[in-house]
Design a protein around this ligand. Sequence first.
Ligand code: SAM
Length: 266
Amino acid sequence: MRFLRYPGGKSKLIDYLDDYLPNSKYIKGNYIEPFLGGGSVFLYIQPSKSILSDMNKELIDLYKGIRNCPHKVWEIFSSFPEGKEAYYLIRDSEYLNKPITYRAARTLYLNRTCFKGMWRHSPNGNFSVGYGGEERRWVVTHSDLVELSRILKNAKFHVADFNKILDNVKDGDFIFFDPPYKPGEKELIESHYAYSRFTYDDQVRLSKRIKQISKLHKIRWVMTNSNHTDICKLYKGFKIKKLMKGTGKKIGIHTKESQEVIITNI
Ligand SMILES: C[S@@+](CC[C@H](N)C(=O)[O-])C[C@H]1O[C@@H](n2cnc3c(N)ncnc32)[C@H](O)[C@@H]1O
């Protein structure tokens, strides 16, 4: 299942990742995802116990709203009128003091109808992406939200930097890391991410913390990252597999053009 359009979403890489992802019944501890985004890997595995986190509060409120009240979120989402005028009215109206069900429905609506599923905010914090159309709005159905609510039932949510979430790690956990890619790449230049300026220093910080928890605990982890020498150097000693970006079919081909890597301790 896929319910969000998310920049850097991993749904197209699931075929490649599949070899590295455990079946949910083989995850003894928690499934942890510190850079949740659209959650395509979480939704693919559907683990029974999970810790899901992102710096993007609107995103986490969307998950929480759907988990707690899928029917109400659907009712509000489907009541928003169609068209450009309605889009700008809903986008620019006050929403912070509204209930979480409204905020979740609004975020889902903006995500499904904005231009290319971008997630960009102006300096004053307001969602600033223009209207994209209704074509992708009704791809999501009422029963999808009910199903999502069921899948999210035992999930624990956090809005936090990855470092804080990794304080929760215990033996037996499986962690999937999908940090925003190297600065300078398209996603970051176009500033799709609301809460991220994930710099090279953040990548260094992340690699150090992963090395630390890998020594301290019996855990398995998988990461997707940019196939850039500066990134790969940070994970010397771990398995690094180069991938063709988003081709969907040519699994595991090693090529100079490869732009993404899977890094893992499995
Ligand atoms: C590449 S996206 C994840 C995409 C996701 N795997 C999917 O399939 O849709 C990276 C996410 O990391 C979040 N993020 C950025 N900086 C972060 C930080 N320091 N700690 C935790 N999350 C962060 C962004 O808000 C964004 O949602």
